[in-house]
Design a protein around this ligand. Sequence first.
Ligand SMILES: [Zn+2]
Ligand SMILES: [Zn+2]
Length: 114
Amino acid sequence: MANINYCLRCGYEWLSRLERLPTVCPRCNSPYWNILKWKGVRKLNEYSCPVCQSEHSSFLNLARHMVMKDRPDGPHQEWLQDFLGLQFVEYAFGKDKAISIQLAKYWKKHGKWP
Ligand SMILES: [Zn+2]
Ligand SMILES: [Zn+2]
């Protein structure tokens, strides 16, 4: 009997005929390819990017990442425009600190991203 395996890291699907679960994903070699099955959905930490889930060491670094990513328009900028209620030109330059304070405030209040 064949099993359909699905890698949660890279999205690869493959068939295996083994009794046991494969130890790594054949495409990305991740040993954590099925980690959600036994760990539950990974909770974003406070410095995780709400758009691409990348991890950052502070709210300021997260703010910088979001402002710099896919500018002048793309999913990060759309998220920021909704979040801040500002247009790109109003927050794109020299506002990293102000954005990080808003992110920190929001996170402390809600514990998750909108
Ligand atoms: Zn994979
Ligand atoms: Zn991101």
